[in-house]
Write a protein that binds this ligand. Sequence first.
Ligand code: PLP
Length: 400
Amino acid sequence: MKTQDYIALEEKFGAHNYHPLDVVVDKAEGVWMWDVDGKKYLDCLAAYSAVNQGHCHPRIIAKLKEQAEKVTLTSRAFRNNQLPLLCQEMCELTGYQMLLPMNSGAEAVETALKAARKWGHKVKGIAEDKGEILTCTNNFSGRTISIVSFSTEEQYKDGFGPFTPGFRNVEYGDIKALEAAITPETIAFLVEPIQGEAGIIVPPAGYLKAAYDLCKKNNVLFIADEIQSGLGRSGKLFAFEYDNIRPDVVIIGKALSGGCYPVSAVLSDKEVLGVFNPGDHGSTFGGNPLGAAIARESIKVLIEENLVQKSHDLGQYFRDELSKIPSKHVKEIRGKGLFIGVELHPEAGGARRFCEALMQRGILCKETHTHVIRFAPPLVIKKEEIDWALTHISEVLQLA
Ligand SMILES: *Cc1c(COP(=O)(O)O)cnc(C)c1O
């Protein structure tokens, strides 16, 4: 079967909830992907930062195979010998006291919201129907009904109501707006330290620190959604480290499994995650030994291969070189580490055509929010590979 045959099948039998580029991937290794016709591409999306360690990392795949042949799922009705080590290793790495494992990012966000609400009611003492969680404009935290309830993207909500109450949006990056929104009933503030889906939006310098200080002053939980910005993508283990803060709750997913398996988690201290009692919350697959073994190895790869620092240094280089391209289309280049957004002027006619032209030349990236091209390759990318990509990016950005 050829590319067009697969596309026709998917269009006919699959629900149309995505608009993918028409490349049908057959295999991938490191930063490279091959389609079913044998054409090779450089992956500049890294599955929305889920494959920071590179595709099919040999160490992670070896661990996957080893664990798959021993035991894959016990459910949390029984214990397994991988989850305790994942919890310990992640807590030692991050300095938090507890970890609660889930599968998808959205589930981990839901878990953090449930923990925060229960903390708000049982610890902070807010009346059960009064508490409020503040969220940010242009947020992206997943697709469940409760999460889209606080989306500011009309399409994410269209037709899916009624929505979950108890959330209120404040302007991202506007510290005055946050200050004005906090009341005695405020439970938590949920924020992406860098907004990925909104188009790699970096908030003004000092914003996260000021927001954190406001939360501390008002006994409001500061919850960082680091599902995309975390685990090395921004050039730090967590993007919030640029602001020298310590969020009360950190949500991780995506690269936690090197793209090999859905694993997500909530990190926090006993005061917050300790609100859960047996039966309060759970997931059949959450914390399963296969996922836990894969996550343990994925984090070891991230640290032992020094991918966080590589992201920091190569990201700086990539952005510097991008800014030298004489293109009339480019409005702004922004980001931290290898988490880069190139925003085009509206007159450029949208980012999609540039992504399609890059695909023709063997580079895969995806437009986000119409006018932004995101460059977020696996963190194992080499400088020579970035240079190769830059020659093509330069030509494409100078198209008419
Ligand atoms: C991808 C993402 C999520 C949702 O993760 P899923 O695994 O797709 O449910 C949540 N928050 C952020 C910031 C993300 O980028």
